[in-house]
Design a protein around this ligand. Sequence first.
Ligand SMILES: NC(=O)c1ccc[n+]([C@@H]2O[C@H](COP(=O)([O-])OP(=O)(O)OC[C@H]3O[C@@H](n4cnc5c(N)ncnc54)[C@H](O)[C@@H]3O)[C@@H](O)[C@H]2O)c1
Length: 359
Amino acid sequence: MKTWKIAIVGLGDIAEHTYMAQMHRNSRAEVVACCDIKPDRTALFQKKFGIPGAYSKIEDLLEKEDFEILMDTASIPAHFELNMKALKAGKHLYSQKPIGLTVDEATEMITTAEKMGVKFAAAPIHMLRNDIREAKRLIDGGVIGKVNLARAMAAHGGPEYFQYRVNDPSWFYEPGAGALYDLGVHALHMVTGLLGPAKKVICTATVSSPLRTIRSGNFDGKQIHSNKLFDNYLIHLDFGGGTIADVTTGFCIKATTAPQLEIYGEYGSIILTDDPKQPLKIYIDNPDKKIRGWIDEQPQERPEPEFYQCSCIADLIEAIENNRPPRIQPEHARHVIDLICNIEECARDGKVRQLTTSF
Ligand SMILES: NC(=O)c1ccc[n+]([C@@H]2O[C@H](COP(=O)([O-])OP(=O)(O)OC[C@H]3O[C@@H](n4cnc5c(N)ncnc54)[C@H](O)[C@@H]3O)[C@@H](O)[C@H]2O)c1
C-alpha cells in the first residue's frame, strides 16, 4: 500500500500537540517536510518528530520538496495565501479553519482545486466525528421528525486563558482572526452540518474584555489590547420551513456545563454530550407506539472506525484513492464563512441578513 508524503506548514500549538502527536496513528501518511516562518519552530519539529525537510518559506518548500499533500496549520490570516500557493502547485490540501476570510477567497480556492484536479479538505473536522455522523443519520432518518430548534455553543475564556501556549496568542484579537473565526466556526459547522445551509441570520455581539492578560505559557503576563473585535456573540439562524437555531460563541465563557449541541424535533431531542461513554443522549416521544422517554441506543451496524483529529488525513487519502469528495467539504466551509461575514456586519447594524451560499 502506498504511503502518502505530507508537508506541514504552520508549526504552532495545534501542529505540535494535536496533529504531529497523532500522525503515527495513520500508517498511510508520512510527514516528510515542515515549514514555519519562525526558525525555532522548524528546528523543534525536526528534532522532536524527526522530520527530514525544514523550510522557512512555502515557496522553497513547494519548489524543493517532493510531497503530495499539504497540511496548513498556520495562523488564520495566513491560510488563504498558503492554500492558494499549494493548490496552484498541484498539491492535495487539508487546511485548518477558516480556509479563508471571505466567500470570494473560498470560491477561488475551490475553483483552483477543481482546475488542478486535486482534493481539498477543509476543517473543522466535525462531519468526520462519529457522534455527529450518528446524529445526522438519526435526523435524516426522521427519528425526531421535523427539527424545530437547535442550540449550539462553542466558547472558552480566550486563547490567553490557561492554554500553556508556546506562541504569543495576541494575533487571535487582531482583525482577520477573533472568536467568531476561531470558535464560532465550530458551532456553525456543527449546526449547519446537521440541519443544512441557513437562509437568514441575525446577531447581537459585544466586547467583554477590552484588555486581557496572558495567564500561562511563554508569554505569561503580557497584556493584549482586545478591543478591536467582538468576543461575545448571540446568533440566530433561520433555515426556512420552521427550523431555527441559536448559537452562542465567544472568548468570555470561562466554564460551562452547557452541551455543545442540542437538537429539538417534533418527536424528541438529540443531545451531544462530552461523555465518551454516551456521546449522544436521545429522547423519543412516539404516541403511535406509546413510547416516551430517554432511550439507550444500541448500534445496529458495524461501528465506524474510532475518530481522532488526524482522521481528516485518512479521509483525504481515501478521497484521493477513490476519486470521491473529502467528507469535510470546502463548500460547507464557504457557507460558514458567508455566515461569519454576515454575522460581523449584522453585529454592527442589527439588520437581518439573507445568505446566498449553499452546499
Ligand atoms: N490551538 C488549538 O487548540 C486549535 C484548535 C483548533 C484549531 N486551531 C486552528 O489551528 C490554526 C493554528 O492555531 P495555533 O493555535 O496552532 O496557532 P499558533 O499561533 O500556535 O501557530 C501558528 C503558526 O503558524 C506560523 N505561521 C504564520 N504564518 C505563516 C506563514 N505564512 N508560513 C508559515 N508559517 C506561518 C506561525 O509562525 C506559528 O508558528 C488556526 O487556524 C486555529 O484556528 C487551533
